[in-house]
Design a protein around this ligand. Structure first.
Ligand SMILES: [Zn+2]
Length: 424
C-alpha cells in the first residue's frame, strides 16, 4: 500500500515536471570550437535520462559477465597479498642493509597491496627511524593500537636514548613501565634516565623492590647513587650525612672503590687516619687502583720510608694479584732500597703480559737508583713512551680517561660508565 502510494506520488511529480517543462519551453545552446548545438530543455532532460540508463545497463552487463566478482575473487586477493608480502620482505632486507630509501619505497608498495597493516607500518616506522627522522607518523599510528603500542614506544624510546634526549625519553619509559611494572629492562632504563638527569633520590627509589634486576647489579647501582648523594652532602658541608651515605654505599657494593676513597677522605679531613687506613686497606684488597695506592703511601705524613714500606707490604700481601699491587710494592721497596723485592714485583708485571707505562717508569727508576745505569734506564723510558698514560679510570662508552671517578662521564654523559682498565 505504502509502495503504491510512493509510485503514484512519483508518477504525479514526474508528470508535473513534464507539464511544467512543456509550458516553459526554453532553449539550450552549446558552442564549442565553431560547432553549435541547439536543443530544447525537454530534449536535454531526455538525453540525461538516456545517459543514466546506458550507464545502468553497462553495469548490469559487467555484473552479468562476472567481472566484478573477478576483482574480488579470493584467488586474486590471495595473489595480491602474496605480492604485498614479497614487497614487505624486500623492504625489510633493504632496511637490514641500511638502505632506508629503498626500504621506504618497497614498504609503500606493500602498503598499496596490504593496506594499513601493522607489519607494513612497523617497517615504514623502522625505515623512518633509520633515516633519522624525529617526527615519525607511523609510530603515532602504531601507538594507537594496544597490540602494537609497546613496540612503537620501545622504538621511540631507543631513538631518544640514542640521541641522548634523556628528558624526552623519561616520560615514555614511565608510560611503558605503567603497563609492564615488573619488566626488569624498563626498570633499569628508567633508573638510568633518572641517574643521567641527576635525579638521585628518584633513581634510588626506582630500584627499590620493583623489577627483577639481579641483586648484585641492583646493589652496585644503589651504591653509585648513594655515592653521588654523599658528594652533594659533602659539598653542602654535611660531613656526617656524607659519611653515612658512603657507608651505606659500601654495604650495597663492597667493591665500589670511589665510595671507599670518599669515606677515607672524609676521615682524613677529620684527622682520623686510623679509620681512613682501615677503609683503604679493605678496598685495596677488593679493587686496587692507583688512586688508593697514592692515598696509602701518603696516609701518615710523618712516617719514615721504612714504616711506609712495612705497612704497604702488609696491605699488599692481603690483596689479590694485580698490576696495581706490584706497582705499590715496587714503589715502597725502591724507597727503602730493597732492590730484589722491587725487581721481583715489576718482573711479575712483565711476566703477566700486562706491563703498563708505570711498570717501565719504575724499572727505569730502579736501574738508576740501584746500579746508576742510565743506559738501561733509557731503554725502559723508551719502552714506557710507547704505551699510553696510566689512568685509574676509563669510560667504557667513549674511552675517555680520568684520574678521578665521576658518576656521569663528562664526554659522553653516560652514567656509571667508568671502569678501572687495569682490572678488566
Ligand atoms: Zn664517556
Amino acid at each position: 500500500m505504502i509502495r503504491l502510494t510512493f509510485y503514484i506520488i512519483t508518477a504525479l511529480f514526474i508528470s508535473l515536471v513534464i507539464a511544467w517543462v512543456a509550458s516553459n519551453p526554453g532553449q539550450i545552446i552549446i558552442t564549442w570550437q565553431g560547432w553549435e548545438v541547439r536543443s530544447t530543455i525537454a530534449v536535454f532532460i531526455f538525453l540525461i535520462i538516456l545517459y543514466t540508463a546506458a550507464i545502468w545497463a553497462f553495469l548490469r552487463l559487467l555484473k552479468w559477465l562476472n567481472i566484478s566478482s573477478y576483482l574480488d575473487s579470493p584467488k586474486r586477493l590471495a595473489a595480491k597479498r602474496r605480492k604485498g608480502g614479497i614487497d614487505l620482505d624486500q623492504a625489510w632486507s633493504a632496511l637490514a642493509l641500511g638502505d632506508h630509501d629503498q626500504a621506504t619505497k618497497m614498504g609503500l608498495r606493500a602498503k598499496s597491496k596490504l593496506g594499513e597493516d601493522h607489519n607494513v607500518l612497523r617497517l615504514l616506522a623502522s625505515a623512518a627511524k633509520q633515516s633519522g627522522k624525529i617526527d615519525n607518523p607511523y609510530f603515532e599510528a602504531l601507538k594507537k593500537a594496544p597490540q602494537s603500542a609497546p613496540w612503537a614506544l620501545k622504538q621511540e624510546l631507543d631513538q631518544l636514548i640514542e640521541l641522548k634526549s634523556w628528558e624526552e625519553a623519561l616520560p615514555i619509559a614511565e608510560i611503558m613501565l605503567s603497563e609492564h611494572p615488573d619488566n626488569k629492562n624498563l626498570v633499569e632504563v628508567r633508573f638510568l634516565l633518572l641517574a643521567r638527569l641527576g635525579h638521585w633520590y628518584d633513581a634510588r627509589e626506582a630500584l627499590k623492590g620493583k623489577g627483577k634486576i639481579s641483586p648484585s647489579l641492583k646493589g652496585h647501582l644503589i651504591a653509585v647513587v648513594e655515592y653521588c648523594l654523599a658528594l652533594e652532602e659533602k659539598a653542602a658541608g654535611k660531613k656526617n650525612e656524607a659519611q653515612a651515605l658512603t657507608k651505606s654505599a659500601l654495604k650495597n657494593d663492597a667493591k665500589f672503590a670511589p665510595a671507599a676513597i670518599l669515606s677515607a677522605r672524609l676521615y682524613l679531613e677529620q684527622g682520623d687516619q686510623k679509620s681512613a687506613e682501615k677503609i683503604l686497606n679493605a678496598i685495596w684488597k677488593r679493587s686496587p687502583n692507583s688512586e688508593i695506592a697514592d692515598m696509602l703511601i701518603d696516609l701518615y705524613p710523618l712516617e719514615s720510608a721504612r714504616e711506609i714500606y712495612r705497612r704497604v707490604k702488609t696491605a699488599s700481601e692481603k690483596a689479590a694479584e694485580s698490576t696495581e699491587r706490584q706497582h705499590l710494592l715496587a714503589r715502597a721497596a725502591i724507597d727503602v732500597g730493597n732492590w730484589p723485592e722491587a725487581r721481583h714485583a715489576l718482573d711479575l708485571n712483565i711476566a703477566s703480559g700486562k706491563p703498563t707505562k708505570t711498570t717501565y717508569q719504575l724499572l727505569a727508576q730502579l736501574e738508576r737508583e740501584q746500579k746508576d745505569d742510565n743506559v738501561a734506564a733509557q731503554k725502559y723510558i723508551e719502552l714506557s713512551e710507547k704505551l699510553k698514560d696510566d689512568f685509574p679510570w676509563e669510560c667504557n662508552a667513549c674511552q675517555s680517561v680520568f684520574h678521578r671517578y665521576v658518576p656521569i662521564c663528562p664526554t659522553c654523559q653516560e652514567f656509571d660508565s667508568l671502569i678501572n682498565p687495569s682490572f678488566t
